[in-house]
Design a protein around this ligand. Structure first.
Ligand SMILES: Nc1ncnc2c1ncn2[C@@H]1O[C@H](COP(=O)(O)OP(=O)(O)OP(=O)(O)O)[C@@H](O)[C@H]1O
Length: 236
C-alpha cells in the first residue's frame, strides 16, 4: 500500500546543530503511528518538517504520492493534513469557538453558512456544542485542545499530526478526545509522553533517538502499577 506521508533521510538543523539526522518515516493508510522520545529529541521538529515548516538540510518529504518541494508543494499537502499544535494558544485565533472551528471549512471554500453548519456538526460530534458561543481565550486548557481538534476535523483531513494531544486535558475531555481519534477514519502520527494513551490508541510505534527513528514496540507489561512502556524493538 502506498504511504500517505513519508520522510526520507531528513536532516534538520537548529542553530547550526543537527536535530534530525537522517530520519526516515512512512505513514500508511489507517495507521495510528506513535512517535516517542525524550524531551528535546526532535519530535515537534519532525512533525513540523512533515508539513514544510522546517527547512531541510537534506532529504525529502512525500505526501499523497507527490514529492513536496517548496511552499507550493507543501501548501497542497497541508489542505489534507491537520496539525494539532502542542500549544493551543498558537492555534486558536478567532473570538468565538464557532468562528474558530468554521475558519478551516471557510478557507477550503465553503460558504459562511456551510462552514458554520460543518463547525456545529463537528462540535456536536465531539460533545462540545455547549462551547460554541464561548470566547476561545477564556476556555480551559483542555477545552482549548478539543476545540483545536474540532477545527481540524471540520476540514475533513486525511491525516492528523498530533503533538502531545493529552497535555493538560482532564479525564472527561481526554475520553472525548480519545473517542474522536478512534472514530477518525484517516491516519495519524501521535507524539506523546502519555504512555497509557499511546498504548490504547497506537497501532505502531517509533522511537526518536539521536536524530533517527527506530521501530519500537508498544505494550503494557505486568508491573505493580500496571503502566505501559515503550521500548526500542531490540530491547524486548
Ligand atoms: N525555535 C527554535 N530555535 C532553536 N532551537 C530550537 C527551536 N525549537 C526547538 N529547538 C531545539 O530543537 C531541539 C528539538 O526540539 P523539539 O521541540 O523538536 O523536541 P521534542 O522532542 O518535541 O521535545 P519535547 O518532548 O520537550 O516537546 C531541542 O534541542 C530544542 O531546544
Amino acid at each position: 500500500m502506498a504511504a500517505l506521508i513519508s520522510a526520507r533521510s531528513v536532516i534538520v538543523c537548529r542553530d547550526g546543530r543537527p536535530v534530525l539526522t537522517e530520519a526516515d518515516l512512512s505513514l500508511e493508510p489507517l495507521e495510528r503511528l506513535a512517535v516517542v522520545g525524550p524531551n528535546g529529541a526532535g519530535k515537534t521538529t519532525l512533525l513540523r518538517a512533515l508539513v514544510g515548516l522546517e527547512l531541510l538540510s537534506s532529504g525529502g518529504i512525500e505526501a499523497f504520492g507527490e514529492a513536496c518541494r517548496g511552499e507550493a508543494g507543501f501548501r497542497k499537502a497541508r489542505r489534507r493534513i491537520g496539525f494539532l499544535f502542542q500549544d493551543s494558544d498558537d492555534q486558536l485565533f478567532c473570538p468565538t469557538v464557532l468562528e474558530d472551528v468554521s475558519f478551516g471549512p471557510l478557507n477550503l471554500g465553503l460558504t459562511r453558512a456551510e462552514s458554520a453548519e460543518r463547525a456545529g456538526k463537528t462540535l456536536a460530534e465531539l460533545g462540545l456544542s455547549h462551547l460554541a458561543d464561548r470566547l476561545t481565550h477564556k476556555l480551559s486548557g483542555g477545552e482549548k485542545r478539543l476545540v483545536c481538534l474540532a477545527g481540524l476535523l471540520a476540514m475533513g483531513p486525511d491525516v492528523l499530526l498530533l503533538d502531545e494531544p493529552t497535555n493538560g486535558v482532564d479525564a472527561e475531555n481526554g475520553a472525548r478526545l480519545e473517542d474522536a481519534l478512534r472514530a477518525f477514519e484517516g491516519a495519524m502520527i501521535l507524539v506523546s509522553h502519555d504512555d497509557a494513551f499511546v498504548s490504547r490508541l497506537a497501532t505502531r510505534g517509533m522511537l526518536l533517538r539521536d536524530g533517527r527513528l527506530e521501530p519500537a514496540v508498544i505494550h503494557t507489561h505486568a508491573h505493580r502499577h500496571g503502566h505501559p512502556h515503550m521500548h526500542p524493538r531490540n530491547e524486548n
